[in-house]
Design a binder for this molecule. Structure first.
Ligand SMILES: [Zn+2]
Length: 414
């Protein structure tokens, strides 16, 4: 056990008790004001540790800096980002964390009164944590390991460097963001204010995971204009937008749906279809890891639309592309050492790294696109977004070691 065990444990238990559930569809920033309760705690804690230039913005982004102690302030400015909100998918109110020490396998009784049992056979990931100390809930709320396990690890890393000025390191930037779970995590994140040259988000389950590749994505929105007349007198007049929408759907390849693809395979995903004979609206996601395949998919949709307009008359179908993002791979490719160093840090700490090609985007995809290369490394929690979420204290402790080792590698190479 290292000095970090108790530090990271106590922090984690404090943070998860604060309700920070975000809310989709809210028009405020942050989406829920209660996230600021944790924002203030984190801001004050950074200040008390001796982290400098600490602020919390009105939108609940918390920033802080540990300046370089290398000669001439050398070194790349390395950022670490974690989100403080929890998902709207499960309650985050009145979380009651408790610790099962030295887990020996088998089922876990989360709540005797309500007879809530976590079955080992339903959650075989428990077997990875035999002998470790695990934090569970009472089975009525989520835990919030996603992403407070990462918040606690980053904070404990910050404490280490503040307490050990003799350990050489370059500039370190710390960032905590709201609203990641509702897709607005970077909406108000000020990259310039943050001040990092490169950064890592910490999020996702079992330790060792590294993600620097995400989907390229965009959404096609089709507005289909029909012409409605009484069906009794529709002969050669009616143009049925519902049927034209259906025709569009039938053009999409059946094997390239989310439910029929995995790994690095892309897809088309129509997810809204609503309308009448007069007007029908279709929304369809297009996703692919490979940039050229992604562009091919978009071209295919455009061809489908052209074809329909040819058949039903120019202007029948209008296509708009929205919500575009690109894989962070392009941005990270320019700074390959980020991945090499992270891999090395994990190995040095006895964790075997593995790579994840994310079938989605991350906050890091947006930041990378805006100019801050930002791969993700996992945070060490399990079963996120539900009542059976748990986190290992040893995993969080290990994560602190990895972050410290990573920063030492950066310093050695400065
Ligand atoms: Zn998360």
């Amino acid at each position: 056990m290292t000095e970090f065990y108790e530090q990271v444990r106590d922090r984690f238990l404090r943070y998860v008790r604060v309700d920070t559930q975000s809310q989709a569809g809210s028009d405020t920033a942050p989406s829920t004001m209660k996230q600021k309760d944790l924002g203030v705690i984190l801001r004050d804690e950074l200040i008390s540790l001796g982290v400098q230039n600490v602020t919390m913005s009105d939108e609940c982004c918390v920033y802080g800096t540990i300046p370089s102690n290398l000669p001439e302030n050398a070194g790349k400015s390395v950022g670490f980002i974690a989100h403080m909100d929890t998902t709207p998918d499960a309650s985050g109110t009145d979380v009651k964390p408790w610790i099962l020490k030295n887990y020996q396998g088998g089922d876990i009784l989360l709540n005797a009164e309500k007879d809530i049992i976590m079955k080992n056979e339903e959650y075989p990931n428990l077997n990875k944590y035999i002998g470790q100390d695990l934090v569970f809930t009472d089975g009525t709320t989520l835990l919030g390991g996603d992403d407070k396990a990462a918040v606690a690890a980053i904070m404990t890393m910050a404490e280490y460097f503040c307490k050990h000025p003799e350990v050489p390191h370059g500039p370190i930037q710390v960032g905590f963001t709201p609203d990641e779970e509702v897709g607005r995590g970077t909406e108000n994140f000020d990259i310039e204010r943050f001040g990092a040259d490169i950064a890592y988000t910490l999020d996702g389950d079992a330790l060792g995971g590294m993600c620097y590749e995400t989907f390229n994505g965009e959404e096609a929105q089709l507005v289909i204009k029909g012409l409605s007349v009484h069906p009794g007198t529709a002969y050669k007049i009616m143009k049925n937008a519902v049927e034209i929408g259906g025709e569009f759907m039938s053009m999409l390849p059946a094997f390239e749906r989310p439910q029929n693809t995995r790994g690095r395979e892309g897809y088309y995903h129509p997810f809204v279809f609503e309308g009448t004979v007069e007007k029908t609206f279709v929304r369809c996601l297009v996703r692919d890891h490979e940039r050229d395949l992604f562009e091919n998919r978009k071209t295919y949709i455009e061809k489908c639309v052209d074809q329909l307009n040819e058949t039903y008359g120019e202007g029948t179908v209008t296509l708009t592309w929205v919500n575009q993002y690109f894989s962070m791979r392009e941005a990270v490719k320019k700074v390959p050492y980020m991945i090499d160093y992270a891999r090395q840090a994990m190995r040095d700490c006895g964790v075997e790294p593995f790579e994840i090609a994310m079938r989605g985007g991350t906050d890091g995809s947006w930041l990378s696109q805006k100019g801050l290369p930002c791969p993700n490394i996992t945070a060490g929690y399990e079963n996120a977004h539900g009542r059976f979420e748990y986190a290992s204290i040893q995993a969080m402790e290990k994560n602190v070691e990895i972050l410290i080792r990573l920063l030492k590698i950066f310093a050695e190479n400065a």
